[in-house]
Design a protein. Structure first.
Length: 240
C-alpha cells in the first residue's frame, strides 16, 4: 500500500511540475506577444518567474525524495531473494539504457562557445544556427561507444528532440543556448580521440571560429531523462 501511495505521489508532483511550466510559458508568451513590455510589467513578470522557479525547485526536490523512497522499497523487497535481485538488476540496466536513471563515471566534457562578435560584420552567427554540427557531435560520441550523453544538462536519449525555436534551441522541451556543454560518459581517451581526429568535428568547429574546449573528467554526472513517454502505437511482438 505504501508503494502505491508513493508512486501516486510521484505522479501528482510530476503533474504539478508540468502545470507550473505551462503557466510560466503561457504568461511569458502572452506578455512578450503584445510587443510592449513596460518596466513595471517586466518586474512583475520577473517576480512571477522567480516564484514559479522556486516552486518548481521545491517540487523537484520532493519528487527526488519520493523516488528515493520508492527505490528503497524496491531494494527492501528483493532482500534474500536471488530471482528478484536479478530482475532488479536487469530493470536498472534497462533504465540506464533508456536514460531514466542518473549515472556517473569517466568521460569527456566539450564546451562550445559562439565566435567572438566582430563589430565590422553585421551578420553574426552562432551554434543555434548550425544544429547539424551539434548532431554530428552526438553521432560521433555514439559511434565511440558513449554510454550516456547530455547537452546543457539535458539527457540525450532516443526520444530527445533538438530543434531551433527563434533565437534559442529546444532540447527535451527546455530552452537553451550558447555556450553548449556536452558531457559524455565512456572511455575518455576513445571519446576524446573521436572528437579530436584530424579534420574532425572539433577542427570544423574551430575552423568556423567557435571557441571550443575539450577536456577529460574522471567523474562526470549525467542526470536522468525526466519526460514521461507513453507508448500508444508500438507494442511488443508476442513470441510464438
Amino acid at each position: 500500500m505504501n508503494k502505491k501511495k508513493e508512486k501516486l505521489a510521484i505522479i501528482g508532483v510530476s503533474l504539478v511540475l508540468g502545470l507550473i511550466l505551462s503557466v510560466q510559458f503561457k504568461t511569458i508568451n502572452e506578455t512578450v506577444g503584445n510587443g510592449v513590455l513596460p518596466t513595471q510589467r517586466a518586474q512583475e513578470l520577473a517576480n512571477e518567474v522567480a516564484k514559479l522557479k522556486s516552486e518548481k525547485d521545491l517540487l523537484t526536490k520532493q519528487l527526488e525524495e519520493l523516488e528515493n523512497k520508492v527505490e528503497q522499497y524496491e531494494k527492501e523487497g528483493i532482500s534474500h531473494d536471488t530471482y528478484a535481485e536479478n530482475l532488479y538488476k536487469d530493470a536498472m540496466k534497462y533504465r540506464m539504457l533508456a536514460g531514466y536513471t542518473d549515472v556517473h563515471g569517466p568521460g569527456i566534457i566539450l564546451e562550445i562557445n559562439d565566435p567572438p562578435i566582430d563589430p565590422q560584420i553585421s551578420d553574426s552567427y552562432g551554434i543555434v544556427d548550425e544544429l547539424d554540427l551539434l548532431l554530428q557531435v552526438i553521432s560521433i560520441l555514439n559511434a565511440a561507444d558513449a554510454e550516456a550523453i547530455s547537452i546543457n544538462d539535458q539527457r540525450y536519449t532516443s526520444f530527445t528532440e533538438i530543434v531551433r525555436a527563434g533565437n534559442h534551441i529546444e532540447i527535451n522541451g527546455v530552452s537553451t543556448g550558447a555556450p553548449i556543454v556536452i558531457k559524455a560518459i565512456g572511455d575518455p581517451d576513445t571519446l576524446e580521440s573521436a572528437l579530436n581526429i584530424k579534420w574532425g568535428i572539433v577542427w570544423q568547429l574551430r575552423n568556423y571560429d567557435y571557441v571550443v574546449n575539450l577536456t577529460q573528467n574522471q567523474d562526470i554526472k549525467i542526470e536522468r531523462y525526466r519526460k514521461a513517454k507513453e507508448f500508444i502505437y508500438a507494442k511488443p511482438v508476442e513470441e510464438e
